[in-house]
Ligand binder design. Structure first.
Ligand code: NDP
Ligand SMILES: O=C(O)C1=N[C@H](C(=O)O)C[C@H](O)C1
Length: 269
């Protein structure tokens, strides 16, 4: 059984990951928090509401990284890249769910994946990964005439916008239509915008309360519109996907793997 490690175990996703390891009786070998964190020394199980594990939270370090075979990271772009360097040095596999990466940061993930096995995905849920396929079919049928808008809603604490998932939906549609997302994306509208430019893909962002994560791809034509919506009702769905990826990743060769591959959806392409 793979020894699993969690970086940022005190975060919203960090706690959900601990919970899923517990529910699935997996070998959670290490859980880290940032150096100087007030959570240092607390029990990982108690923090996640699962009862005492006898597994104290330790500071992220080269030494701590040795304790697990596969590490899971839902922190933030900069700390994630530091964790990735530790994983490369220790030759450990890594599952990354962090969003809001710049192109340069994503290239560093790609570079690291030449040395260790990595899964990176902006959304680890089964439903969103299926949606990424469904929008391709919708784009093929309606994309030339319909106006395409992507609407996402998340909790008030989220730091990046549009969500990584919204960007992946946009990229999936743009690729199907032979468009470059960088050229056709419109992020929000204000003032005298003029009529909608036909070949654009619009993004709208909502932030509020404790919304876990809603995404809609809208194909709006004259006389009808199609909306494909996914709503997450618990972070556990993301954590289950990430832990599934961690188990899948053990003994894989170095490479950058997608959630589509983990879930066996790649052949739907
Ligand atoms: N791919 C997917 O399916 C999903 C992806 N996400 C993504 O996961 C990421 C985390 O989301 P969420 O759990 O809500 O975020 P939280 O803010 O709850 O957790 C972030 C974690 O990162 C740590 N962290 C933040 N900054 C630093 C730093 N400078 N150095 C070290 N540690 C740091 C935090 O530690 P501290 O508390 O000490 O600051 C905390 O442990 C986001 O990018 C989000 O978009 C979220 C859900 C699903
Ligand atoms: O920050 C979040 O919470 C989430 N982030 C991911 C994203 O940016 O797409 C996935 C999920 O919607 C939750």
């Amino acid at each position: 059984m793979a020894k699993i490690g969690i970086f940022g175990a005190n975060g919203r996703m960090g706690r959900a990951l601990v919970q899923v390891c517990h529910e699935q009786q997996l070998d959670l070998a290490a859980a880290t928090v940032r150096a100087g964190s007030s959570w240092l020394g607390q029990d990982a199980g108690e923090l996640a509401g699962c009862g005492r594990f006898g597994l104290p939270l330790v500071a992220t370090s080269a030494e701590a990284v040795q304790s697990a075979d596969v590490w899971v990271d839902f922190t933030m772009p900069e700390p994630m890249l530091e964790h990735l360097s530790l994983a490369v040095a220790a030759q450990k596999a890594m599952v990354i769910g962090v969003t809001g990466l710049t192109d340069a940061q994503y290239q560093r993930v790609q570079q690291a994946s030449t040395q260790i096995p990595v899964v990176w995905a902006p959304n680890m849920s089964v439903g969103v990964n299926l949606l990424l396929h469904l929008v391709q079919t919708a784009a093929k049928v309606m994309g030339q005439t319909a106006d395409i808008e992507i609407i996402e809603a998340h909790h008030r604490f989220k730091k990046d916008a549009p969500s990584g998932t919204a960007m992946a939906i946009g990229a999936s549609i743009a690729k199907t239509l032979g468009r470059d997302l960088a050229d056709c994306a419109v992020y929000g509208r204000e003032g005298m915008t003029g009529e909608r430019e036909h070949n654009t893909i619009g993004f709208a962002t909502v932030r509020g309360g404790d919304i876990i994560g809603d995404h809609t791809a809208l194909f709006a034509d004259l006389g009808e519109r199609l909306e494909i919506t996914h709503k997450a009702s618990s972070r556990i769905t993301f954590a289950q996907g990430a832990i599934r990826a961690a188990v899948w990743l053990q003994n894989k060769q170095p490479g950058l793997y997608s959630m589509q591959q983990v879930l066996g959806l790649a052949e739907l392409n």
